[in-house]
Design a protein around this ligand. Structure first.
Ligand code: RNT
Ligand code: ZN
Length: 418
């Protein structure tokens, strides 16, 4: 549209006064992949046991109609969401999203072939895939402990599932010729004060050693472990804590997953990127929005999201920081949730790409903190929206709120018939 173009040209001139090339910013952001989590589409249900309970201390609230109940519906919904989001995409799968073709497959027996149809699907769309073993929502995780369980049989079950998961991921990576990041999140924890934190953590450490024993070609699979501070029913102690996971990742050359909801409420992940990257080659983000706790609300363009994006771009860390999303809201249209959250991440990246980072750093190094603060405030009211709209237009996705009309139409025509 002419109007968008005119607004963009004016914005381009203004940003140029700060030494920023808006065309380059758009180009840069369009190459940063965002790993969209499949589980927003069906409230972390999966297809192993769609009617089973979600356990592991995480929770989805809300009962908005139209939830995807089959693999086909989930893919159709994901496609709808993706068509309304600019930029490069990956899909993040959990083991329970296997395509078992009607067969009942026990968790530790899931095979690469159960992901063949996902591979085909992703290939057609030029998406990368990321993967997660599912160590929750299962009778074997009912005690709240998995790979740190005192019973070896339980540990072995989960170890087997995790070893299988790495093989599946490597298979996917090879087929797509693209690295899969496999994220290991264990719900292990105690509701009440534990008596043997060390012993339990030692069991987890040894289990991870076993899981990662086999060397896997890093072109096809990389492992990342996700820390957490607490979960529902695991309020007193989380075995895979921040120190545990950072220590393990640093010592063993693994990636660390930083979920924005997995720290104490005044801690921020934006402040952890620069430190962790001094000691780890790469990290994975689970961008979420904790509201008073790890509530996994839909991501919005708030200050922390902007700060995270700035940290990634200021350091030019786009190859070392993998961006995954992790939220699940069942109280609003689930496709809209995907679109709002992923567009917010894209906006934050573009906003960060329009920051004169070198100029700000140079003011800082000269101790001109007055100018640093003044500039940071002035930058906030530059015509970002015109650049964002142009980015959407160039990517052939709806500009501004026009995507919502399409979601509403889809809801009336497709979701309401489910
Ligand atoms: C849970 C973790 C984990 C899950 C997903 C479903 O607190 O954030 O990443 O949300 O694996
Ligand atoms: Zn997470």
């Amino acid at each position: 549209m002419m109007r968008n173009r005119q607004a963009y040209e004016m914005a381009k001139e203004l940003y140029a006064e700060y030494g920023i090339d808006t065309d380059k910013a758009i180009e840069k952001v369009s190459n940063i992949a965002i790993s969209m989590h499949c589980w927003q589409g069906d409230d972390v249900g999966g297809f192993e046991n769609p009617d089973g309970d979600l356990t592991g201390g995480i929770q989805v609230t809300g009962n908005y109609p139209g939830k995807a109940k089959t693999l086909e519906q989930l893919r159709q919904d994901f496609d709808k969401a993706a068509s309304l989001i600019p930029g490069k995409k990956r899909i993040n799968l959990h083991a329970i999203y296997l395509d078992a073709q009607g067969e009942k497959v026990s968790r530790e027996k899931i095979q690469p072939k159960h992901f063949d149809s996902w591979i085909e699907w992703a290939k057609e769309r030029n998406y990368g895939i990321d993967y997660n073993p599912t160590c929750f929502s299962h009778p074997m995780s009912a005690d709240g402990l998995t790979i740190s369980h005192p019973d070896k049989a339980v540990r072995d079950f989960w170890i087997e599932h995790c070893i299988g998961s790495r093989k599946i991921a490597a298979y996917i990576g090879e087929k797509l010729n693209n690295t899969v990041i496999t994220n290991f999140w264990m719900p292990d924890g105690f509701k009440d004060i534990p008596a043997d934190r060390y012993g339990t953590r030692l069991r987890m450490k040894e289990a991870y050693d076993e899981i990662f024993k086999e060397q896997i070609d890093e072109r096809f699979n990389k492992d990342s472990i996700e820390s957490k501070v607490f979960g529902i029913g695991a309020e007193s102690c989380t075995i895979g804590s921040g120190e545990f996971c950072l220590g393990y990742a640093a010592k063993n050359g693994k990636l660390l997953t930083l979920d924005t909801g997995h720290f104490h409420p005044t801690e921020v992940v934006s402040d952890k990127i620069s430190s962790t990257l001094l000691f780890l080659d790469e990290i994975l983000l689970h961008v979420s929005r904790p509201v008073r706790w790890d509530s996994d609300h839909v991501v919005i363009l708030d200050d922390e999201l902007k700060a995270i994006a700035s940290e990634i771009l200021r350091g030019d860390f786009t190859d070392r920081v993998h961006i995954g999303l992790d939220f699940f809201d069942g109280s609003i249209n689930r496709i809209a949730a995907w679109v709002i959250g992923t567009r917010a991440m894209q906006k934050a990246l573009l906003y960060a790409a329009l920051e004169p980072a070198a100029q700000l750093a140079s003011l800082e190094n000269k101790f001109d903190y007055t100018s640093r603060l003044a500039m940071m405030e002035e930058l906030k009211t530059l015509p970002f929206s015109a650049v964002w709209d142009m980015y959407c237009e160039m990517q052939n996705v709806p500009v501004r709120a026009n995507w919502l009309r399409e979601v509403k139409r889809y809801e009336a025509e497709v979701l309401s018939a489910r």
